[in-house]
Design a protein around this ligand. Structure first.
Ligand code: TRP
Ligand code: SF4
Length: 328
């Protein structure tokens, strides 16, 4: 039945998902589930590589993340949605791949070097953190994925995955295809303060925000920084609120805001209120779906369980091939 290409991707459960995550990754996933045989998973073991001191927070975010996914329209009828730690075969393959992965490949990994510097408040001099890409390789090739949609920061990991797959095939015979990354566009929208939208900057609008929270956040957004007074003409081209308008508002509104801003015929307060109304509307189906899932107790747990079973069946088949190839 399956001659569709297989897609696999994952996200670490580090908090609620925001509009940046949606436009940067999730929206693509939702599209892809109709064309490809998709596997999407919550990478809780990967989250543990940097947050091993606080496993409780990770566990709490796992179900939240699944709920975020479901609320934007990822469907268990169309794709396989699961949690990494529920498929123990990832750990077995990780162990075997670690035998053949040269340490210098991992030390050279640009993401590794960046993170060690950036997350200086955490002790990341662990074996698990260095081995992050080996676990990621296991995640990917255990499903014999053809394509891996990722942001640009993850491309080196997919590259290492290809090298590990190649080395495995060279040593033990052809078992794994070499996956290709599909670069997801970086989101065009910025956070409330015009920096990259990020949980840690406290500048994000979340998929789970209430209409009230959305309106309050939009009211805080930085607009065209050159526009000091209501009587100054503004420049929508440099205004993040206008970028949001282009995504969420109707054509007529975008056109009129564009004109009126340049002639100082609309103030930023009013302009933001208009945009917030469209944004609240655009997220209405997401809120409705979330509610559907939230109000049916056990439903999300059942979806996670069923997805894990489906994923495990595939992973077990691959592991049979792997054990046969190695002979152990
Ligand atoms: N490392 C990825 C990230 O931080 C998450 C991830 C783990 C992943 N395993 C994966 C992504 C496999 C794609 C494929 O975003
Ligand atoms: Fe931005 Fe709207 Fe203000 Fe113009 S009127 S600067 S588009 S918020």
């Amino acid at each position: 039945m399956e001659n569709r290409k297989r897609i696999l991707s994952g996200m670490r459960p580090t908090g609620a998902l925001h509009l940046g995550n949606f436009h940067g990754a999730l929206a693509n996933w939702v599209d892809m589930q109709n064309q490809y045989d998709c596997f999407f998973f919550v990478a809780d073991w990967h989250a543990l590589t940097s947050d091993y001191e606080n496993p409780g927070t990770i566990a709490g975010f796992v179900k939240e993340m699944m709920l975020d996914w479901l609320s934007v329209g990822l469907s268990p009828d169309k794709c396989t949605l699961f949690v990494q730690s529920h498929v123990k075969e990832h750990a077995e393959l990780f162990l075997l791949l670690s035998m053949l992965t040269p340490v210098p490949w991992l030390e050279r990994n640009p993401t590794y070097k960046d993170q060690i510097v950036q997350l200086e408040n955490k002790d990341l001099s662990t074996f698990g953190f260095l081995g992050y890409p080996v676990l990621q390789a296991a995640d990917i090739i255990i499903y014999k994925a053809d394509r891996v949609p990722v942001g640009v920061d993850q491309v080196p990991h997919v590259e290492i995955t290809r090298e590990i797959a190649r080395r495995f095939n060279y040593l033990y015979g052809d078992v794994f295809p070499e996956p290709e990354s599909i670069l997801t566009q970086t989101p065009k929208i910025l956070g409330l303060d015009r920096r990259k939208m990020s949980k840690s900057y406290n500048n994000a609008i979340y998929l789970s925000d209430s209409p009230d929270a959305i309106q309050k956040k939009v009211a805080r957004m930085i607009t065209d920084p050159q526009r000091m007074r209501r009587s100054d003409p503004g420049n929508p081209d440099v205004c993040n609120v206008f970028t949001f308008h282009k995504i969420y508002s109707d054509q007529a509104t975008v056109g009129s805001v564009d004109q009126m801003c340049r002639k100082a015929e609309i103030g930023c307060v009013e302009c933001k209120q208009k945009m917030a109304a469209f944004l609240v509307d655009a997220l209405a189906p997401v809120r409705a779906k979330r509610k559907e899932y939230e109000t049916r107790p056990g439903l999300v747990d059942d979806i996670i369980q069923a997805g894990g079973d489906k994923a495990r069946a595939v992973a077990q088949k691959t592991m049979a091939d792997v054990r046969r190839a190695i002979g152990i």
